[in-house]
Write a protein that binds this ligand. Structure first.
Ligand code: NAD
Length: 485
């Protein structure tokens, strides 16, 4: 397939014909090319989306009623399930995630489409009490053309939660997938056209962030932006959007604590805690990357976690490895640099997994690593590593646990393990983050659950019904009908 964007339901090469190689993280070799989008390509895509909406919301997509939008999303969800294996294969090859993880992502994508398909015709306004003789109602309208900048860690899931909700609310979308993970997005856009979405409702421009991504955030035709990725890039996107008064939802990662009290069900906690960090090789914004354990059980429990870590194997997506390779060389080097810092700081490595024999030598494989009793001012305890690295810290009491948990600049997710009901509620109340899981942990899970952060983790919510509201603008209509004589 020649490298192309997908605009107005047609494949289009980059306007200057430039392309970017697609690298397989399992062996470091190029196996495909994608189009390298420019500001001109973004402009074409925005114009196609504007034509679908119409200047006065009188274009073909804007005139598609909620019931029919729901039917299209439902048909798309069914098509995803029919092609689940193919889509999972594309995603695993492009991102390095294990086939098991890729398949889970595809099932979650189908759920997003099902969920938002059912929600389209439940998105209604209200009538409001006001002056006698006046009827006031609110109407939820689309913003118009929405921009979606997607990272490489969960391409199909993040596509589903953001594009699914936006289309459900009646917007037309322009999507810029990550340069390291664009193939599944292109595949999905073609599938959308096949199930009947009209030209311009969904457009995809591939390319680098500094080129296509920056052009999308700065385009005055974009009326809402949804961004998931790094804190620094999120700031740039928000600054560019502010210049044309464009609202943004930012989902910027975290350093999420998993807090284990001495009354916890440790057998139940152990596998969940390990999975919350190694899932997708630690490249998860909501990864449970800090393990906070009561001092009376810290050493014994950390040893149980260490045992699990020693058994973890990194290997190619199609093997039965626990972890796939990291997504690209940059990410691999970033994680290695953090581990070098840990060595320089003299931190204790409690356990290290291994790389499967026979894994290609040029793949970006990183063993799972457990770092014990990391001081709170260490960079390893404060900054997102975005790799399979878990740090531990001991706490004295509830107040100390809370202080450590809230001590980073981030605030995305927290997990709490305790049987004490009152303590569960106190912790849920005082943790500064967007989601709290008590006696479970849902790294990225829960299509129905509003998701997003506070502080440097970002603002705005995706997923659930909350996301749908965010993709609308509220209009108030006041109708004066007078009074009976
Ligand atoms: P990034 O934030 O630079 O990239 C995310 C998306 O933004 C990609 O589509 C990229 O092309 C685009 N982008 C980059 N620069 C842009 C710009 N100036 N304007 C508009 N869009 C732009 O992330 P990265 O460099 O791929 O990864 C760096 C770090 O970000 C990782 O190590 C990790 O810590 C974090 N990250 C977080 C998430 C998350 O889910 N929150 C996802 C991916 C990466």
């Amino acid at each position: 397939m020649p490298a192309h964007h997908f605009i107005a339901n047609t494949r289009r090469p980059a306007s200057d014909d430039r392309t970017i190689p697609v690298i397989d993280p399992a062996d470091g070799q190029a196996f495909d090319r994608i189009a390298r989008g420019s500001a001109q390509d973004i402009d074409q895509a925005v114009r196609a989306a504007q034509a679908a909406m119409g200047e006065h919301f009188d274009g073909p997509w804007a005139l598609t009623c909620a019931r029919d939008r729901g039917r299209l999303l439902a048909a798309w969800g069914r098509a995803v399930l029919e092609h689940a294996d193919e889509l999972a294969g594309i995603e695993a090859r492009d991102t390095g995630k294990t086939l098991r993880t890729a398949r889970n992502d595809v099932l979650a994508l189908a759920r997003y489409f099902e969920y938002y398909a059912g929600a389209c015709d439940k998105l209604h306004g209200e009538t409001l009490p006001y002056d006698v003789g006046t009827l006031v109602m609110t109407v939820r309208e689309p913003h118009g053309v929405t921009g979606h900048i997607i990272p490489w860690n969960y391409p199909v899931q993040i596509f589903g939660r953001s594009v699914g909700a936006s289309l459900a609310a009646g917007n037309a979308c322009v999507v810029k997938p990550a340069e390291d993970a664009s193939l599944s997005t292109l595949y999905l856009a073609e599938m959308a056209a096949r199930v009947g979405f009209p030209p311009g409702a969904l457009n995809v421009v591939t390319g680098y962030g500094a080129e296509a991504g920056a052009a999308l955030s700065a385009h005055p035709g974009i009326r809402h932006i949804s961004f998931t990725g790094s804190t620094v890039t999120g700031q740039r996107v928000a600054e560019a959007a502010a210049r044309h008064h464009c609202p943004v939802v930012l989902e910027l990662g975290g350093k999420s604590p998993q807090i284990v009290f001495d009354d916890a069900d440790l057998d139940a906690a152990l596998p969940v805690i390990v999975n919350a960090i190694i899932q997708n090789s630690g490249q998860t914004c909501s990864a449970g990357s800090r393990l906070l354990v009561h001092e009376s059980i810290h050493d014994a429990f950390v040893e149980r976690v260490a045992e699990r870590f020693r058994a973890l194997r990194a290997g190619p997506p199609a093997s039965d490895a626990d972890l796939g390779p990291l997504v690209n060389r940059t990410q691999y080097e970033r994680v290695r640099a953090m581990l070098d810092t840990a060595r320089r700081e003299g931190l204790t490595e409690a356990a290290r997994g291994r790389i499967l024999d026979g894994a290609p030598p040029d793949g970006y494989y990183q063993e799972a690593v457990l770092l014990r009793a990391v001081p709170r001012d260490s960079v390893l305890a404060r900054e997102e590593i975005f790799g399979p690295v878990l740090i531990t810290q001991a706490f004295r009491d509830e107040a100390h646990a809370l202080e450590l948990a809230n001590s980073t600049d981030y605030g995305l997710v927290a997990g709490v393990w305790t049987r004490d009901g009152a303590r569960q509620l106190r912790m849920a109340r005082h943790l500064r983050c967007g989601q709290v899981f008590i006696n479970n942990y849902g790294a990225g899970g829960g299509v129905e659950l509003p998701f997003g952060g506070v502080k440097s983790s970002g603002h705005g919510r995706e997923k659930g019904f909350e996301a749908l509201l965010g993709f609308t603008a509220l209009k108030t209509v006041a109708i004066r009908y007078g009074r009976n004589a």
